[in-house]
Structure formats: structure tokens, C-alpha cells
Write a protein that binds this ligand. Structure first.
Ligand code: IPE
Ligand code: IPE
Ligand code: MG
Length: 251
């Protein structure tokens, strides 16, 4: 038998012991449409299958002890898609929050969102706010859903907040620093992701967390999001474990 090593995902035998784990993982869940197309299914069924993958990965990350998990669920650019698909995604979001709430709460998960949710259908906003309020005292994994999220939009949002404070005379231009910009982003109070995963073979950020990912490790995989299972997560974490993070310094 040829030994293929632990990095062959087909072997499905990646162990889940890690010497170091990221406290924050950010995921660009991509490939739902292609997953559906391969099966001759409508794109919406690809998104539905994608929700199943979210369930498994949230559970796994919770178990491993990841503190923050951010999912890119809907970008500021995704409004360009056909109305039917957009509606389907919004419906899935509500179904997910309603259907999964009890289980997430039982698992001590804090539900949070980033992005300009005021542009989402009202029912989505209501479910998000409710879920956030009801889980705010939980102490486990923070599940961060990026919705109508764009990294550039977020930086504009941060600058607007900062300029309001500047208008009030709260600081001088010389005092403006990186921390102030970070503290006025949607992700205020959340550490920058150490690991960013993108599925489906695309290797770009698509306007995701452009400020926060400045020093993150990137992990790209050809696996389509609905096929991304716990072993794929372990593989990403094993790869992260071997990365040599220098932050501009020396070993
Ligand atoms: C990612 O899958 C999900 C969202 C953007 C909401 P896609 O829908 O982008 O899938 P592909 O890229 O068309 O395969
Ligand atoms: C990024 O995926 C957005 C989400 C996963 C929500 P897209 O599929 O929309 O990105 P592009 O169009 O390939 O850059
Ligand atoms: Mg895509």
C-alpha cells in the first residue's frame, strides 16, 4: 500500500490533537452554486447543503475550543445576484436561526453578526437581533455571521464613527491610530482572525475582513463548501499548526 500521508483528505484520518489552535477562524464559504450545478440541482439547494456544513463546522469548532468563528454569509456585492437567489439566501438565514437557535444556545454559543444588517429583510433583522440578545451572556464560541458585509464598507463605517468623535473635539488628528480604526469596525472587541479559510479553489478575499486579515494565515482548498467536513477543518488546522508566523520579525 502506498502511504499517502495525513494530508490526503480521502484517507479521512486526520487526528484532532493540535499543539496550537487559532482563537479566531474566518471562513469564506464558497462553491455552493458549483456543488449544486454538478448535481443538476438549483443553486438554492447548494446553499441549503451549505447550511449543513455550517452546522458541522460550528459544532466541531465549539468542541475544539475555538473562541470566534466568522462566516462570510452574504457580501455587499451579493445583491447583484438574481432576486430569487437573494430571497432564497435570506430565507435560509431565518430558517437557520429559528431551527438552530436552541441547539446553539444549549452549546453555550454567542450569536453575533457583522455588516450593515439594516438593508436585510425585516424578518432577518428581527431574528438576528433576538438571537444576539438571547445568547449575549453565553460564554462559549462566538458565531459571527457576516451579512451584507463588505470590508471597504466597514472601513467607511469606522471612519464615519471616528469623524463624529473628531467633530466633537474628542481627539486631534495626530492621535488617530490603528487601534482607533479597529475599535470602530463592526468587529470591535473581536481579535483579528489568525486563520482564514476559503473553499472552492478561489484564491481571493472578495472584500472580506480586509483590515483584520492583514497578518492572518490563508488556507485555500478546492473542496466545495457543502463538502467541507470536520476532517477538512482538521486539515486546515494541521496546516496552520505548521505555519511559521513571524510578523515581520525573525524566527
Ligand atoms: C457561496 O457560494 C455562498 C454565497 C456567496 C452566499 P456561491 O453561491 O458563491 O457558489 P459558487 O461560487 O457560485 O459555486
Ligand atoms: C464571497 O463569495 C462571498 C461569500 C462567500 C458570502 P462570492 O462567490 O460572492 O465571491 P466572488 O464573486 O467569487 O468574488
Ligand atoms: Mg462563489
Amino acid at each position: 500500500m502506498i502511504y499517502l500521508g495525513i494530508f490526503n483528505r480521502k484517507q479521512k484520518k486526520v487526528d484532532n490533537k493540535f499543539s496550537i489552535i487559532p482563537s479566531h477562524i474566518a471562513i469564506i464559504m464558497d462553491g455552493n452554486g458549483r456543488w449544486a450545478k454538478k448535481r443538476g440541482l438549483p443553486r438554492t439547494l447548494g446553499h441549503k447543503a451549505g447550511v449543513e456544513a455550517i452546522r458541522e463546522i460550528v459544532k466541531e469548532c465549539s468542541k475544539i475550543g475555538i473562541e470566534y468563528l466568522t462566516f462570510y454569509a452574504f457580501s455587499t456585492e451579493n445583491w447583484k445576484r438574481p432576486q430569487d437567489e437573494v430571497n432564497g439566501l435570506m430565507k435560509l438565514l431565518v430558517q437557520y436561526l429559528k431551527g438552530e437557535f436552541k441547539e446553539l444556545d444549549r452549546n453555550n454559543v454567542v450569536i453575533n453578526y457583522i455588516g450593515n444588517i439594516s438593508k436585510l429583510p425585516e424578518i432577518c433583522q428581527e431574528e438576528l437581533i433576538k438571537a444576539k440578545n438571547l445568547t449575549k451572556n453565553n460564554t462559549g464560541l462566538t458565531l459571527n455571521l457576516a451579512l451584507n458585509y463588505g470590508g471597504r464598507d466597514e472601513i467607511v463605517y469606522s471612519f464615519k464613527n471616528i469623524l463624529k468623535a473628531y467633530d466633537q473635539g474628542e481627539f486631534s488628528i495626530e492621535e488617530l491610530n490603528e487601534e482607533m480604526i479597529s475599535n470602530n469596525l463592526y468587529t470591535k472587541g473581536i481579535p483579528d482572525p489568525e486563520l482564514m479559510i476559503r473553499t472552492s479553489g478561489e484564491e481571493r478575499l472578495s472584500n472580506f475582513l480586509i483590515w483584520q486579515l492583514a497578518y492572518s494565515e490563508f488556507y485555500f482548498t478546492d473542496v466545495l463548501w457543502p463538502d467541507f467536513k470536520k476532517d477538512d477543518l482538521y486539515l486546515a488546522l494541521k496546516t496552520f499548526e505548521r505555519r511559521d508566523r513571524r510578523f515581520g520579525g525573525l524566527k
